[in-house]
Design a protein around this ligand. Structure first.
Ligand code: C2E
Ligand code: MG
Ligand code: MG
Ligand code: MG
Length: 285
């Protein structure tokens, strides 16, 4: 029996059939998710959670990142990693992203009205940036929602700067001109070609959470990123901070902004707002 199994695994013909079956399954799943996503857009099944970005020295919330969730009628709350890739491949990300951007801009305007002038960050994927209408839609949002674009960071990944996107420089420069901040997300996980950085109008760098392990090992790489950012005049946020030791290290090494489960997981809007209200009550006591 063992031999039969062995042969089945190694027989190239059999392998080919297995591969084709696997591909068919993937394609079917892909199609199913696509249909599901189309309904989700129609039925408004998306929601945003907010994860605070806090100060390593005062422990106060200084900003927040908006992160999409899909409130699926059967599957419950679905994480972005389980549907953003399909949304990207199918192009549905453009419509979903438009909704996200409008929500986040309106939220920033509402916070300002509540005397909580807090900067917010939103994520934009490569496919969104390559949409020829992206810039004009972003330019219209301050008028449409009353937001202040200088209080909004657009998070992009390193790949965007490395030639994946035609006209990346032009697109980012226009967004910058419109007043938005440009921030590199998951920094250090791309090709780490540092030469391109100074060509782009970058306001901030988010150090990927994999580097929190480096912090535990002395933090040589994180120190390097901090000095690089300082040379570029960019702010730094450390992502994925989970321990007090990591936060202490960041504080002692001049990294003032952190985000991670240690402070808070991403939370629904009402919980995020009550965090802010509590904080501002304490501040005025
Ligand atoms: P990201 O922008 O790098 O977001 C950070 C991710 O790390 C979030 O996962 C967050 O929940 C998670 N995280 C935060 N703190 C910790 C921590 O201390 N430990 C660990 N292990 N993880 C932590 P999430 O919300 O599942 O989002 C995953 C990715 O999906 C995001 O990565 C972003 O690339 C993408 N995404 C999320 N929302 C949107 C959106 O509205 N539009 C687009 N285009 N992409 C989005
Ligand atoms: Mg992000
Ligand atoms: Mg990130
Ligand atoms: Mg990420």
């Amino acid at each position: 029996a063992d031999l039969a199994l062995y042969q089945a695994k190694t027989d190239p013909k059999e392998k080919c059939v297995q591969f084709q079956q696997h591909m068919r399954l993937l394609r079917d799943q892909h199609l199913a998710i696509k249909k599901d996503l189309e309904r989700a857009i129609r039925e408004h099944e998306f929601t945003l959670h907010f994860q605070p970005i806090a100060c390593t020295q005062t422990d106060r919330v200084i900003s927040a990142e908006a992160l999409i969730r899909w409130q699926h009628p059967e599957r419950g709350l679905v994480a972005p990693d389980d549907f953003i890739p399909v949304a990207e491949e199918t192009g549905l990300i453009n419509e979903i992203g438009e909704w996200v951007n409008r929500q986040v801009c309106s939220m920033q305007a509402r916070l300002a009205e509540m005397s909580l002038p807090l900067p917010l960050a939103l994520n934009v994927s490569p496919r969104q940036l390559s949409d020829p209408d992206f810039v004009s839609k972003m330019k219209a949002l301050p008028m449409e929602t009353g937001c202040d674009p200088s209080m909004l960071s657009i998070e992009i990944t390193e790949g965007v700067l490395l030639g994946d996107i035609p006209n990346a420089l032009e697109t980012l420069s226009s967004l910058k001109e419109a007043g938005y901040r440009i921030v590199i997300d998951d920094f250090g996980t791309g090709y780490s070609n540092l030469a391109y950085l100074h060509n782009y109008p970058i306001d901030g760098i988010k150090i990927d959470r994999v580097f929190m392990e480096d912090v535990e090992a002395g933090g040589a790489i994180v120190k390097l990123v901090l000095s690089l950012a300082s040379a570029l005049g960019a702010d730094v946020v450390a992502e994925g901070v989970e321990t007090i030791e990591q936060r202490r290290w960041l504080s002692e090494n001049g990294c003032h902004r952190f985000q991670g489960y240690l402070y808070s997981k991403p939370v629904p809007e009402d919980r995020f707002l009550s965090m802010l209200h509590t904080q501002s009550r304490i501040a005025t006591m």
